[in-house]
Design a protein around this ligand. Structure first.
Ligand code: GTP
Length: 441
């Protein structure tokens, strides 16, 4: 899962607030030190980390806080707010307009994932009912047109390109003109990349931009890029008017922090992240849900969208329960089962509230093992237990022993699962109800 290790480390740092008998400046210092170290290890830009630390310290002035104020919650909130600010330039992301010919131009270095992301984005809009087309203006890399053609054909998306025309500006202009005339609503233009920020690449980008007059320029950045992200993003921003960012390769072991900090350099919002090589491996990005997911707190909005996209109707009960602010052990059990149906573990997992962070971290194999162990524990519960809020385990602790025996697992694993469930049931309760998060959906 994206940045799950960073999320885990930040959570560990924050746990010091719970463990300390009194929260004083020393404790706050230790928490901030560990959070900053974790961010730096994930390649988040050094200056941004320094700002984050200073901002939190200015909000949480331990010595001057009045008695009775919940310091732990104050620190947690300040950390959450600052992490969100890190990925939020405070600019509203561009949105295509219905009934208009929206031209989107992709830019980025070679191999950053432009061509792949163009098709992913086209497929995304196509799924949502927009009349979408692709234009390949990458004449630099010989295989680029074939790659786009292949992906577009698979996704049933009309495309334009040429094997013989070598002028990318002309190709782009022709393709866009053709699709505009045919009243396509989303016209995505793929451009070529180069090994590094060369003058030639930037000249070409400028010329294409002048020729097609894009409504939005998307800057595609490789998530594994590290601290080099900052100068790269600045160089692109100075040449073309970047409107939004997509960060790719955020699956696997990408640290991601470097690319994420590019938000500050470009002052442009990240709109999607790429999480794999397949056409559906594109996740919508929004600051708060992303941070919430990174910290293992789930992303209900993203989850709902994915469930709708994948037409997972069998989860009607879960949706009903979530809306009512209820989250039983059976809901947790069903969530895990749903993951199995959704394909590779870890893909959708981070979006699901109630899925322990430890399950997401580490390799696919480790995840699968932990996943199976949780399923076995829940399969050893009775129907009454599964449909409950888990309190009966606290009241009758022999139930824990019985389930552990049945699952062949140590009792502490059962307790860990129950603790996790409790935490998320509380969160769901807050989000449900008349004013809750789900009501805005
Ligand atoms: N794992 C993973 N791989 C990705 C992702 N996005 C793209 N890739 C892979 O990255 C490689 C480069 O992607 P391309 O789309 O060809 O990159 P490009 O920016 O168009 O490259 P040029 O046309 O040479 O400029 C391909 O092997 C893609 O499959 C992603 O989100 N995750």
């Amino acid at each position: 899962m994206v940045l799950s290790e960073l999320g885990g480390r930040i959570n560990t740092a924050l746990r010091q607030l719970t463990d300390a008998p009194v929260i004083d400046e020393k404790v706050l210092e230790a928490v901030l030190r560990d959070i900053c170290a974790a961010l730096l290890a994930s390649d988040v830009n050094v200056k941004l980390v320094q700002n984050l630390r200073a901002n939190i310290k200015s909000v949480v002035n331990i010595r001057e806080l009045a008695a009775g104020i919940n310091k732990k919650r104050l620190v947690q909130k300040a950390v959450m707010d600052e992490l969100c600010r890190l990925v939020d330039p405070g600019v509203e992301a561009w949105r295509p307009k219905k009934g208009k010919q929206n031209v989107i131009m992709f830019v980025g270095l070679q191999g950053s994932g432009k061509t792949t992301t163009c098709t992913k984005l086209a497929a995304h809009y196509h799924r949502k009912g927009w009349k979408t087309a692709l234009v390949c203006a990458d004449t630099f890399r010989a295989g680029a047109f074939d790659q786009l053609k292949q992906n577009a054909t698979k996704a049933k998306i009309p495309y334009y390109g040429s094997y013989s025309e070598s002028d990318p500006v002309q190709l782009a202009a022709e393709g866009v003109a053709k699709f505009k005339q045919e009243r396509f609503e989303i016209i995505i233009v793929d451009t070529s990349g180069r090994h590094k920020q060369e003058a030639e690449l930037f000249d070409e980008m400028k010329q294409i931009s002048t020729a097609v007059q894009p409504d939005n320029v998307i800057f595609v950045m490789d998530g594994t890029i590290g601290q080099a992200a900052d100068p790269q993003a600045r160089a692109f921003k100075e040449t073309v008017d970047i409107g939004s960012i997509v960060i790719t390769k955020m699956d696997g072991h990408a640290k991601g922090g470097g690319a994420i900090s590019a938000v500050a350099a470009t002052q442009s919002p990240i709109i999607f992240i790429g999480t794999g090589e397949h056409i559906h491996d594109l996740e919508r990005f929004a600051p708060r849900p992303f941070i919430s997911k990174m910290l293992g707190m789930g992303d209900l909005g993203g989850l709902m969208e994915t469930m709708q996209d994948l037409k997972l109707d069998q989860n009607k009960n879960l949706i009903k329960n979530l809306e009512a602010g209820v989250f039983t052990l059976r809901d947790m059990h069903d969530q895990l089962q749903t993951i199995q149906k959704m394909g590779p573990l870890g893909k959708v997992m981070g979006m699901m509230p109630g899925i322990p962070q430890e399950l997401i971290a580490g390799t696919e194999q480790e995840g699968t093992r932990r996943f199976k162990s949780m399923m076995t524990i829940m399969d050893s519960m009775t129907d009454k237990e599964l449909d409950s809020d888990g309190k009966m385990f606290e009241q009758e602790r022999t139930r824990i022993q019985r389930v552990a025996r049945g699952a062949g697992a140590p009792p502490y694993e059962v307790e860990a699962l129950l603790a996790q469930h409790k935490q998320f049931a509380q969160m769901v309760k807050k989000m449900g109800g008349p004013k809750g998060f789900m009501k805005g959906k």
